[in-house]
Design a protein around this ligand. Structure first.
Ligand code: KG4
Ligand code: ZN
Length: 345
């Protein structure tokens, strides 16, 4: 069978990324230009800054990804791009670039759901297309914008069974980090300082919604703020005085334990309720070491999780997901628009 090489493009948030993927699995190139530093000074993502930066970096990123794969655009079998969910102005840059590239070389053009991309990151290095553990799978996709429990019954067959009622998990990490005077993005910072904690902070109450698999993280965020106030860390003091790093580390650790416990608890419950054969993790928060370890030790079934670099946004996951669409012969229209609030399942 002829191999299929797809260019995957991702610009839904603050990463300009492009990757060439062979047969949904082999990474021939994977280029990611992160804007995190630009947004760090604002403590979060500024949409207009993001879209304008995508505009500047998209062509060099595309060129580099083809160059590293050792090929020309006309040798591709398809061009795939995230068309939602995400920031409208950011999505537009990737979608337009993909359309132009596909049109110029008369290549199939495929629009992809970002969340489906996070799911298919696991097929890059972890899973065979038809191999273990088989379907159904319970997928926890936890990122800066989403915390969804998605039942995957087969390739392209998704059903949403739980979601956050308020903040996304990544957003909660980012907000907790800001309260604690840590940098952006907050997830890696919380993880880093937690490892230095003395473990003396009392535990935070775990959020629960009765008779539901849905998540809620805004109460936890407020609890972190109250605790930081009690410890004299928040609001920041005038002048240059830094908050006590030991106190910051202790609150960060207690927060990380609570949010991870909540995600593991809901996901393992969902896995039991739906009698699945495996649990799959994806999205930036799945890069979290404690989440990965806890899920593996508490899940009743096998846990599949990409390496941390493939959990955060990248083009490779889009190229992987597109392969399964192309196998099913799906085609997309040239008048396809971006859909900032696109759902999966
Ligand atoms: O999937 P992603 O790269 O972009 C979105 O689609 O949103 O996820 C970004 C989110 C950020 O909120 C970031 O703080 C979080 O993932 N994140 C982490 C870790 N690495 C990234 N959260 C917890 N622990 C980490 N190690
Ligand atoms: Zn993402």
């Amino acid at each position: 069978m002829k191999s299929m090489k797809i260019l995957g493009i991702e610009t839904s948030c603050d990463e300009t990324a492009a990757s060439v993927i062979e047969n949904g699995r082999t990474i021939l190139s994977n280029v990611i230009a992160s804007q995190a530093e630009m947004h760090a000074k604002y403590g979060g993502i500024v949409p207009e800054v993001a879209s304008r930066q995508h505009m500047v970096t998209i062509i060099p990123v595309l060129q580099q990804s083809l160059e590293e794969a050792g090929m020309l655009a006309r040798d591709l079998d398809g061009v795939a791009v995230t068309y939602g969910p995400g920031l409208a102005g950011s999505l537009l840059i990737g979608v337009n670039a993909a359309k132009g590239l596909a049109l110029a070389d008369e290549l199939p053009f495929i629009g992809l759901n970002h969340l489906e991309g996070h799911i298919y990151a696991s097929w890059l290095e972890e899973l065979d297309p038809e191999g273990r553990p088989g379907f159904p799978l319970m997928c926890l996709i936890a990122s800066g914008g989403h915390t969804d429990l998605i039942l995957m019954k087969g390739h392209g067959r998704f059903k949403l069974v739980g979601r956050t009622r308020d903040d996304a998990a990544g957003e909660a990490f980012d907000k907790a980090a800001r309260v604690l005077g840590l940098g952006f993005p907050g997830g890696p910072e919380i993880q880093r300082v937690s490892s230095e904690s003395r473990g003396v902070e009392p535990r935070f109450t775990r959020p629960r919604i009765k008779d539901s698999l849905d998540f809620s993280f805004s109460g936890l965020k407020s609890a972190v703020m109250r605790r930081a106030e009690e410890r004299g860390i928040y609001p920041p003091q005038a002048g240059d005085s830094e908050p006590d790093p030991a106190k910051v580390a202790d609150i960060a650790k207690a927060f990380q334990e609570a949010i991870v416990d909540s995600m593991v608890q809901h996901t393992t419950q969902a896995a039991k309720d739906h009698n699945v054969r495996g649990v799959l993790l994806g999205g930036g928060v799945a890069a979290n070491t404690l989440l990965r370890e806890e899920m593996k030790s508490r899940s009743p079934v096998e846990v599949i999780v990409p390496r941390p670099g493939l959990c955060t946004d990248n083009g490779a996951m889009i190229g992987a997901a597109a392969y399964f669409h192309m196998r099913q012969g799906k085609s997309y229209q040239w008048d396809m628009d971006v859909v900032p609030n696109l759902r999966l399942g």
